[in-house]
Ligand binder design. Structure first.
Ligand SMILES: NC(=O)c1ccc[n+]([C@@H]2O[C@H](COP(=O)([O-])OP(=O)(O)OC[C@H]3O[C@@H](n4cnc5c(N)ncnc54)[C@H](OP(=O)(O)O)[C@@H]3O)[C@@H](O)[C@H]2O)c1
Length: 190
C-alpha cells in the first residue's frame, strides 16, 4: 500500500509508524516542515495541496496535531474527496488523544481539537460501515514515551507499541471495520 502521513519520518511517533509500515512492505511519504509542508503558514492552502496529493495514496495517517482544528478539517476534506470519487477501500487513520475524555473545566484548545476529531471520526466511520464510503478509524492514546520528560512520574506508552496497533488495524480481515481504538498506560502498579 502507499501511505501518506502528516509527520516527520525521523522523529517521534511518525518514525516508529513508518518503520512498522516499511517492515510490512508498504511505501510511506511523510509530510512536515522538513520537506516544505508547514501548517503554520496558509493552512487552508496546504490542506488543498494535501487533498490533491492524497489522491495517489491508499491510506492517510492524520498524525500531526496541527493547530486550530486543522487536523479535523484535513480529515473531512480528504474523506469528502475520496467519497465523491468512490474510493471505498481507502483508509483514514485519525490520531487522537485520550486527554479528550477528561471532563473538567479546560481551556486548552488541544483538548477540544481532539474531541472534535473524535466526533468527526465517529460520524465518518458510521458512513464507512453503512454507506459506500472510505474506511475511517480513530486511534487515540495517552502520553507516549517521547513526552515522558514533560510528565514526570507518569507511566507512558512506547512508540513501538502504538505503531504495532496501527499495523494491527490495517491487517484486519476484509469485512471487519475498527471504528475506534483507545489505549492508555495503566498508572497503578501491576
Ligand atoms: N506524544 C504524546 O504523548 C501523545 C499523546 C497522545 C496523543 N498524541 C498524538 O499523537 C500524534 C503524534 O504525536 P508526536 O508526539 O509523535 O508528534 P507531534 O508533536 O504531533 O509532531 C509530529 C511531527 O509534526 C511535525 N510538525 C510540527 N510542527 C509542524 C507544522 N507547523 N507543520 C507541519 N508539520 C509540523 C514535526 O516534524 P517537522 O519538524 O519536520 O515539521 C513533528 O515531528 C499527534 O496527533 C498527537 O496529538 C501524542
Amino acid at each position: 500500500m502507499k501511505i501518506l502521513i502528516t509527520g516527520n519520518r525521523k522523529k517521534d511517533l511518525c518514525c516508529e509508524i513508518v518503520k512498522a509500515f516499511e517492515r510490512e512492505g508498504h511505501v510511506c511519504l511523510t509530510i512536515s516542515r522538513e520537506n516544505g509542508y508547514d501548517f503554520s503558514e496558509n493552512p487552508y492552502g496546504l490542506i488543498k495541496k494535501i487533498v490533491t496529493l492524497a489522491d495517489d495514496y491508499d491510506c492517510f495517517v492524520n498524525l500531526y496535531a496541527n493547530y486550530f482544528f486543522n487536523q479535523s478539517l484535513l480529515a473531512h476534506k480528504i474523506f469528502c474527496d475520496w467519497y465523491d470519487k468512490g474510493y471505498l477501500d481507502r483508509r483514514i487513520i485519525n490520531i487522537g488523544s485520550t486527554t479528550d475524555r477528561v471532563h473538567r473545566g479546560k481551556r486548552n484548545l488541544y483538548h477540544f481539537e481532539k474531541r472534535a476529531l473524535r466526533e468527526l471520526s465517529s460520524s465518518l466511520s458510521l458512513q464507512s460501515v453503512w454507506d459506500n464510503a472510505p474506511l475511517v478509524t480513530h486511534l487515540s492514546f495517552g502520553t507516549l514515551d517521547n513526552r515522558a520528560e514533560q510528565n514526570p512520574g507518569r507511566k507512558t506508552l512506547s512508540l513501538e507499541k502504538v505503531a504495532e496497533y496501527v499495523i494491527w488495524l490495517i491487517n484486519q480481515p476484509k469485512g471487519i471495520h475498527i471504528n475506534e481504538l483507545s489505549l492508555d498506560p495503566l498508572q497503578r502498579e501491576y
